[in-house]
Design a protein around this ligand. Structure first.
Ligand code: ASP
Length: 318
């Protein structure tokens, strides 16, 4: 019987960032320090037992792309299938962490914990937040009963379904909105407030098949996000349609409201076969459906997560 192993996958981000001066928290280059070096800088990680580290990518997460996603999902699924692996920690930039978390939640459906963690300050900062976030993520990954894809930042555990970056600078940069966090990490112990995220099966099968069948970047369904705002017209929608967009998520105002010109364009392209979903640009709350809605709502997903959901649906039907 092997001892339980925690796998740490590096993808880059500010947690692996380097600045020229220790007092510079924003003028750094993300994704410079290798995952082995990050781990070596935290001697107490040895207390978690057997570790495997792997550098899956080294990117600023503003540049995250489908190629890395496919590689990451494949590695996560590979390690999840190993009986000796208890959980996985993924170091990631904060900018698109919520999108990668949602994607992995949908395509990996882990019965073990997959914990994305990050930092708001580079590794070279006088007081970096990455090492504590990493320790907290390890506490979650090795917690008996933990499962599903979650994000850990500033002592808080967020579900992949709800997590959103809500601050540009503060160390506690994420929120779970109305749902609230799954729990907190206090000196290595978990204080749980609600259940671990549940995964849905159907989309995962289709996405896994899509990825396993050697999907290339060109095969990924093209789904874009457009926004409602004062004076929003239909020309962007028409231009995207002319460029072959397959789906559009509109970040609507309030409870899914749209400028009449934008709405007319969305209805036009919907009638022509483009999938259209209404999310809200409000940080909290969901678009509440009303009888007779012609443009369906995003079922509580933020615009960027609704986009991933739509891509997965299009993969399933392509
Ligand atoms: N731009 C960085 C990234 O997302 C920001 C961060 O990690 O905090 O990789």
């Amino acid at each position: 019987m092997h001892p339980p192993t925690i796998v740490i996958l590096g993808t880059g981000g500010t947690i692996a960032g380097q600045a020229e001066s220790a007092s510079d928290n924003i003028g750094y280059i993300a994704a410079q320090v290798g995952v082995d070096q990050l781990v070596a800088a935290i001697p107490s990680l040895a207390g978690f037992g057997s570790l495997i580290t792997e550098q899956v990518a080294q990117v600023d997460s503003k540049d995250m792309g489908f190629e890395v996603w496919m590689r990451l999902a494949a590695r996560v699924n590979h390690f999840l299938a190993q009986p000796a692996v208890r959980g996985i920690v993924i170091t990631h930039g904060t900018d698109t962490l919520e999108e990668t978390a949602y994607f992995l939640h949908a395509v990996c459906r882990p019965a073990k914990p997959v914990v994305l963690t990050c930092a708001m300050r580079p590794a070279t900062a006088l007081v970096p937040d990455g090492p504590q976030n990493m320790l907290d993520a390890m506490a979650v990954a090795s917690h008996a009963g933990a499962r599903g894809v979650v994000a850990v930042c500033a002592g808080t555990i967020h579900s992949a379904l709800d997590v959103q970056k809500v601050h540009t600078y503060k160390l506690d940069a994420f929120s779970s909105g109305d749902a609230g966090p799954i729990g907190y990490i206090e000196e290595g112990s978990l204080k749980l407030m609600r259940n671990w995220p549940e995964a849905q099966d159907e989309r995962a099968q289709a996405a896994i098949k899509f990825i396993a069948n050697g999907a290339t970047l060109a095969d990924w369904p093209r789904v874009e996000v457009v926004m409602n705002h004062v004076g929003a017209g239909g020309s962007v929608v028409d231009a995207l349609h002319a460029h072959g967009v397959q789906g559009l998520v509109v970040a609507a105002t309030g409870n899914g409201t749209l400028h009449h010109e934008l709405e007319a364009a969305l209805l036009r392209v919907q009638a022509a076969g483009v999938k259209v979903v209404r999310a809200t640009r409000c940080l909290n709350g969901r678009v509440l459906p009303t009888p007779g809605d012609v443009l369906p709502d995003s079922k509580g997903l933020s615009p960027v997560k609704a986009r991933i959901e739509m891509m997965l649906e299009l993969m399933a039907t392509s």
